[in-house]
Design a protein around this ligand. Structure first.
Ligand code: AKG
Length: 301
């Protein structure tokens, strides 16, 4: 079915599954809400059309090509294995903020298509967080399993993550996966509901254990898709997820962006809003994996 690896190991087919595709219900709030309740996620193909996605990809990869990290042509996203970012941009946070605030990228992350999709899902006007997580993941990168609740639910718990593919992300390139039925694992969800949201610490809530064994132990599977440009997976704060290893045979960098949304009428967590958002720990964009040169490893959220 799918060919993918997690933490260096091939994922056996009995532990793999495909997202339920809700694209045909994109304009139907009741069905989208039912699917979110039933599955903990909603998967939609082609929410953003190819042209804005191509422009965002070009904008981001050109910035990384200027820093010597991505080769020519930038749209291919091939990692050079090198980086001059640290010498060219001694302030990693402001460099990453400038990339994350590029107009073509913002057209994708906060444009009319995604706004309309989140308005439909919430059944009211939604508001996208200004602080976004742009993720260029080179070969070898993955993200451990985790829930998003501890990071984003200080204002309201009614928050949804929108993860968008900015280019093709076949399973070998390390896309996002969801742990099936993890939104019903009350024994894991209850403790994270007790987390102190006034703390500036980034809580350690990741499952560092083997994702395949963990899925098996829960009678669950890792659900994913071969993502195409503009495909979006929406999931709630209590849906456990991670990403597969990027094993691209051509050395392609996986490019995605994840943005949180909530009803505009509900209280916000002001760390993630405004023209200079503080982020989870207070150091703004400098706290993100994306702020590190592509030559530096990361596997954490
Ligand atoms: O893209 C990834 O590797 C992880 C994304 C993630 O954890 C999220 O969207 O909350």
């Amino acid at each position: 079915m799918f060919d993918c690896r997690v933490q260096g190991k091939s994922v056996p087919t009995d532990v793999l599954g495909e997202f339920r595709d809700s694209t045909e219900w994109m304009a139907n709030p009741a069905t989208l809400q039912t699917r979110m309740t039933e599955d903990g996620y909603v998967f939609l193909r082609g929410v953003i059309s190819p042209s804005p996605i191509a422009m965002a990809r070009h904008e981001v990869f050109c910035r990384l090509a200027d820093a010597g990290e991505i080769g020519e042509p930038p749209r291919d996203g091939i990692f050079t294995g090198q980086s001059e970012r640290a010498t060219m941009h001694p302030d990693p946070g402001s460099f990453w903020q400038s990339v994350s605030e590029g107009p073509a990228l913002r057209r994708v992350t906060h444009g009319p298509e995604i706004q309309h999709t989140l308005d439909t899902l919430f059944g009211e006007t939604a508001c996208g967080y200004n602080f976004i997580f742009l993720r260029p993941g080179v070969v070898g990168r993955f993200t451990f399993l985790h829930y998003d609740l501890p990071f984003f639910a200080r204002g309201t718990k009614n928050v949804i993550t929108a993860w968008t593919a900015i280019g093709d992300i076949p399973t070998m390139d390390g896309p996002l996966f969801v742990l099936e039925n993890s939104h019903r694992f009350d024994d894991l969800i209850e403790p994270i509901q007790q987390i102190d949201y006034n703390s500036k610490e980034s809580p350690q809530v990741q499952m560092m254990s083997d994702a395949v064994e963990f899925a098996r132990s829960r009678g669950s599977r890792l659900l994913t898709a071969n993502f195409e440009p503009g495909d979006v997976i929406l999931f709630g704060m209590t849906t456990m997820h991670g990403s597969f290893d990027n094993c691209s045979p051509i050395g392609r960098t996986r490019l995605s962006v994840d943005v949180r949304w909530q009803p505009a009428s509900e209280p916000i967590d002001d760390r993630y809003f405004g023209s200079n958002p503080a982020g989870t720990t207070g150091i703004g964009y400098a706290e993100l994996n994306g702020a590190k040169p592509l030559t530096e490893p990361w596997h954490t959220r």
